[in-house]
Design a protein around this ligand. Sequence first.
Ligand code: MD3
Ligand code: FE
Length: 221
Amino acid sequence: MQPNPFDLFSDHEPVQQPRNEQIGEQSWVLRGFALPRIESLLTQLAAILAAAPLRHMVTPGGFSMSVGTSSCGALGWITDRSGYRYTRVDPLSGLPWPPMPTVFAELAHAAAERAGFADFHADSCLINRYVPGAKMSLHQDKDEKAYAAPIVSLSLGLPAMFLFGGFARSDKSQRIPLLHGDMVVWGGVDRLRFHGVLPIRHGRHPQLGEQRINLTFRLAG
Ligand code: MD3
Ligand code: FE
């Protein structure tokens, strides 16, 4: 018998209804937005990480980040003792960053459009891997040349508690849970808000195992 695609309560098919939640004047959580294309996405992600492995970058202050980082697209974000910047070449391999897969570019474009940002064409995808205990302290993203473009994120694997703050570090933050397949779009007046991620809790995701991977799509150049 064929499964009925309209039966949301069947026990063999975990159908999730896409839902949009507004979290700021120009910021939206798109629940489950990436799930229809998740298999192709994970295949492409594995190929990128084979060519440009995750590494623990060092901040200008000399601290090693708890997240492992890589990139794809024309520009990749790096940090080292001399500062933060986007580069065309992966300093680890000496080669250009792997190209942005079509499925990445299409998902980012579609998510941005759903949130009201037409014609978003990312030139950079930053890949952050969190193991349990890894976190990202409150910060602003200021290294991109175009603040007019939004930032689009895609969460994979273990859940995270995302912190969405204000325009000063001391402003109170909202806590927003982000789950496998969720996408978030931040832009316009919300583009320079402080944000971070609380330490990831222990757990095992059925597809990704003991990790969370976050992709952020940006117009960096
Ligand atoms: C909110 N990454 O890579 S999603 C980062 O889950 C980063 O790995 C987090 O913050 C993560 O810089 C959060 C991305 C995000 C990016 C830009 C934002 C959230 C934002 C700009 C304004 C507000
Ligand atoms: Fe950030």
